[in-house]
Design a protein around this ligand. Structure first.
Ligand code: CA
Length: 231
């Protein structure tokens, strides 16, 4: 997570940004006009883009729009004119951050780092939820095949029991209220109430826990709801 594309037609500014970011461990490519910048952004494997607004060929506004059609990486938009920044913010053009030139290089580095951190968390969370197999302690959940193994032994789960278990296991250490779990698994329009959740949790525990009264996996938070314990 350290590749940055700078799209900036003022060489001196581009060089300054490049130097500071390289000193901070980033890999930098520079494009000096909107057209080559757009091509590089779409074909390259960048983690963040610093995009000037006023550019030859295609302006930053258009470049931002094109990138956003295909990629969700962070874009920091820069402009010499504060009015332009205010205007593009108002248009909601999909940049993640805006900076008015001149800015201090350390301010740029700080913002780049903040956006990188947020973006890498997002990417990792996405990877985790795409993962088809969840393994926690002695539990193994195969999401694609919808099979659950406890200590290597397969246990039979109903559809809703399975969905509830997966939802909780994918949100470790988060506390959910019963009504939120009900809405999440059964849907708003479902007939039923939160005791349905209690009943399902009880059944899940009977299948997973050696001693359901002191659960290792799904913990009861009294007066609130449930939490999937990972530690
Ligand atoms: Ca410019």
């Amino acid at each position: 997570m350290n590749r940055i594309l700078i799209i900036e037609d003022e060489q001196a500014i581009a060089e300054l940004e490049k130097d500071y970011l390289e000193m901070n461990g980033f890999d930098i490519d520079v494009c000096n006009d909107g057209l080559s910048g757009e091509e590089a952004a779409l074909s390259g494997d960048y983690d963040l883009i610093i995009l000037d607004l006023m550019l030859p060929e295609i302006d930053g506004y258009e470049v931002c729009r094109k990138i956003r059609e295909e990629k969700d990486l962070p874009i920091i938009m820069v402009s010499a004119k504060k009015e332009d920044i205010d205007k593009i913010k108002g248009l909601g053009m999909g940049a993640d951050d805006y900076m008015t030139k001149p800015f201090s290089p350390s301010e740029l580095v700080a913002r780049v780092k903040a956006h990188m951190t947020r973006y890498s968390r997002l990417v990792n969370a996405k990877k985790a939820s795409n993962n088809d197999v969840l393994e926690i302690k002695d539990l193994r959940i195969d999401k694609t095949a919808r099979r659950v193994f406890v200590g290597g032994v397969e246990k039979q789960f109903t559809t809703k029991e399975f969905d509830l278990l997966v939802f909780l296991a994918e949100h470790p250490d988060e506390v959910f209220r019963k009504q939120d779990l009900f809405r999440e698994i059964w849907g708003m329009e479902s007939v039923g109430d939160i005791t349905t959740v209690t009943v399902h949790i009880k059944k899940i525990r009977e299948k997973m826990e050696d001693d359901p009264s002191t659960p290792r996996y799904i913990e009861t938070i009294w007066g609130v709801g449930y939490r999937f314990k990972v530690s």
